[in-house]
Ligand binder design. Structure first.
Ligand code: GLP
Length: 261
């Protein structure tokens, strides 16, 4: 894993946006895997700024989102489709037909999961997958102890996740308890992964993900086995890491071509 510690979330998001922008400039028809949650909001704002001010072109880009709540229609204020429209898609020149979010209202959810996998494969696989990290170490909605080889599937959300996301959702009682999510195996097939985790609430999950054993109890730890995974942290989320001096040392001694800014 490449671990990069930035002073704060703002700078971490800017770095994440630069990595995505470089991917799109190098490959204008790139396939991006996208994430929702509070963490990437500023990253999307930075990408919108790069589109507006520097002409970053998304017209040939295809996107696949990680997950969606079961039962929420696309227009629902808390749906991840709506989140993506509001934070990114409607501010850039992407073709809406090329933006994919699992359909949480599909009558046959398992068929929707299979079709999602097929659509990713038909697009040629994911060039870069953006991830956040749950407080319990989940990626997408892959909760602790689920298979690390899983494909897109329907998951039951843990009580911890319901509590964490209720802050955003508002009414916990109204929250769906199920979600469709890319599996850990699906995520691991992305050619490149960039995971962002910021703030004190993520300290434990970050420690387990980077320095703990590769284990299903922390789904994010699967990234230890990925050939090209970059983890972007801020000082707060990195506070518990045993080898943080080493990560900083590596960062300081990179060749210019190994840097993103
Ligand atoms: C959510 C999402 C994840 C997200 C994580 C962290 O439940 N399913 O994709 O990365 O939890 O959310 P936040 O960024 O709001 O802390």
């Amino acid at each position: 894993m490449e671990v990069i510690i930035r002073p704060d979330a703002e700078e971490g998001c800017l770095l994440g946006a630069k990595i995505i922008a470089k991917t799109v400039r190098d490959k204008p028809d790139a396939v991006l895997g996208l994430a929702t949650g509070r963490t990437p909001e500023r990253l999307y704002r930075a990408l919108v700024g790069m589109h507006r001010d520097d002409g970053l072109d998304f017209s040939r880009v295809t996107t696949f989102n990680l997950d969606e709540y079961v039962g929420l229609p696309p227009g629902h204020p808390q749906s991840y489709r709506r989140f993506m429209d509001e934070h990114l898609f409607r501010h850039i020149d992407i073709d809406p037909a090329n933006t994919h979010v699992p359909d949480g209202t599909a009558e046959d959810l398992q068929a929707e999961c299979r079709s999602y996998e097929e659509r990713i494969a038909a697009a040629g696989g994911i060039d870069l997958q953006l991830l956040g990290l749950g407080r319990n170490g989940h990626i997408g909605f892959n909760e602790p102890t689920g298979s690390l080889n899983s494909r897109t599937w329907v998951r039951i959300l843990s009580e911890q996740t319901l509590t964490d996301n209720a802050e955003v959702f508002g009414d916990r009682a109204a929250m769906p308890r199920h979600a469709i999510t890319m599996g850990v195996g699906t995520i691991m097939e992305a050619r490149r992964i960039v995971l962002l985790a910021f703030g004190p609430a993520k300290v434990r999950a970050v420690m387990d993900m980077i320095e703990g054993p590769l284990a299903a109890i922390c789904p994010g730890s699967a990234l230890q086995a990925h050939p090209r995974a970059t983890v972007v942290l801020d000082e707060e989320s990195a506070a518990g890491l045993q080898f943080s001096d080493h990560y900083r040392w590596v960062d300081e001694n990179k060749f210019p071509w190994q840097r993103y800014d």
